[in-house]
Design a protein around this ligand. Sequence first.
Ligand code: CDP
Ligand code: MG
Length: 695
Amino acid sequence: MAQFWKPGTERPPLLDDEEGGILLYSASSASSGYGFVSIEKQRQRLPVFKYRTSILYLVETHATTIIVGETGSGKTTQIPQYLKEAGWADGGRVIACTQPRRLAVQAVASRVAEEMGVKLGEEVGYTIRFEDLTDRDLTRIKFLTDGVLLREMMDDPLLTKYSVIMVDEAHERSISTDILLGLLKKIQRRRPELRLVIASATIEAKSMAAFFHTSKKHRGLEGGDGVPKTEPAILSVEGRGFNVQIFYVEEPVPDYIQAAVSTVMSIHDQEPMGDILVFLTGQDDIEAAVRLLTEEAQNNGKPSSGLVVLPLYSGLSRAEQDLIFSPTPRGKRKVVISTNIAETSLTLEGVVYVVDSGFSKQRFYNPISDIENLVVAPISKASARQRAGRAGRVRPGKCYRLYSEEHFVKEMSAEGIPEIQRSNLVSCVIQLKALGIDNILGFDWPASPSPEAMIRALEVLYSLGVLDDDAKLTSPTGFQVAEIPLDPMISKMILASNQLGCSEEIITIAAILSIQSIWFSVRGQQKELDEAKLRFAAAEGDHVTFLNVYKGFLQSGKSSKWCHKNFVNYHAMRKVIEIREQLRRIAQRIGIVVKSCESDMQVVRKAVTAGFFANACNLEAFSHSGMYKTVRSSQEVYIHPSSVLFRVNPKWVIYHSLVSTDRQYMRNVISIDPSWLIEAAPHFYQHQRLNSIPH
Ligand code: CDP
Ligand code: MG
């Protein structure tokens, strides 16, 4: 195995970059004995601590402060506390800190509550979609996703309860972060006293500063009487990471999961103690790797060979998250197999070895075909450097890249593309419209979305009846759809279910579609899972199958045993019940009568069609391979093997989402009658396409 690797022939790029030295700088106080140090001492050892006074001074005197600092330097957990200690949360005001990822919001909030010695949900709280752990009167520091903060603007457009808003992980350029930055800039003009802190691990701080420099207007006032300077301040926190040695594979690896597993095993055999962090792409390949590693460790004749293997991806339960952050037991080696969430959002102490697959799951949208899907795609050089940096936290580390040096140099782009430039913009447009931003193309974006994507989004929203001829939100449909914190197509489906009398069923479906999967999948037990699914399978498709599972779960008295027996994920079902309850409340608030259609599944399918008509597909007449074409743009798509309609291949279907591997696969599919399409969206399909649909 060892000959598989060769050390990079040049000095690793991490060390001779312009950010140079950051990873080489080693603070004498760094120690792996942190487990026995008091929380106060730990806080003082973090690199940001040295900058505490400067940060507070800059925030006091500048409307916007940009803070760039290596991951793990304490930006997220410390800065909100400094701000609170300095009085920014006095007088009932609140300090907000946004994150692009839900899991990071939860993890960071619970860490900060622990550091402050308070109960999570009181002085320190968090809000993510469908989960609010804050107290209206008590919460002073609030962690939330950037998406949730956008939603809060619908009720309070100037975000008046916040004194400081820290937009964290800005380098990730998530779609919500970008929208938020544009809106916060507008809010600043109306609320000069509001302070923004933009924090990131790597950022072209200058372009961000240029974006926020709204000079002229307030120049006369600047600096005096508590009015902050509009010119943004930039502060760089010097990290204290250790040297990380980088290894590349000589030849491209055919299977990165297998390669990751054998690399972990050879590190475990040959290298001194220290935890291993593996970057893969998503829940599926992470679980596959966890299983392979567990098996491998047993095959070695060392059943408890000292490896503690843990997955890390969004959607983990609280208990599973806690395991990730708990210290590695003495004499053991922890292996965490993660999505890119561990790249910058979360810091795991004790990691000495990083294995980088070179891939992550990314959203890509093609406005021509109007298709968006999640694709496993190569990461950027910036991400690769971040991943490597995770190995140098407690002592000099090693990073094993499962790609060649040539690939790194020649194939990987320098930076990722902002998500807004590779996403379907339907949700984004409706949110801006709901906030009264009418000229969306003229909006002040940190990075402009493509006009084609914008036009596609307007088209879909128009067909959904959400926008009128003047591209304004319709009343009531448009406002109602905007009110529901879900994809507009799902929201429209819920509204349609009101007229069709099946809102009970549709709300259940909406709740299930908003979580990753309700099935409990164990590699190697695919057959058993498929058999279990058959017990619930409905000829109409996956959506109706979900209703059967939900019914079964309720009838079992919400039993975990029942779930286990039927390969249903108990944790996911609890979540479904919770989300469903919230959706029910929202539905009632916007005037939907929650009613069941009992066993009339035709109305359920019609409601799905009312929301998702744009995703209609037709089976190719003479295709034995189950090939479908999207009605919209004649793209070739197939039913995913996980669907109950796989191999059934009804003539007309609607899908919920696409995943792309070797082909474009439709996930969560329901069969429809094509005449419903015309009923649902008479304007949507162009004439020649309409002709192909039998009336
Ligand atoms: O935001 P940044 O990457 O600069 O650092 P941070 O997230 O504030 O992390 C600072 C320190 O807190 C690190 O040493 C983390 O390991 C620790 N931390 C933790 O132990 N548990 C968490 N849930 C979050 C952070
Ligand atoms: Mg952070």
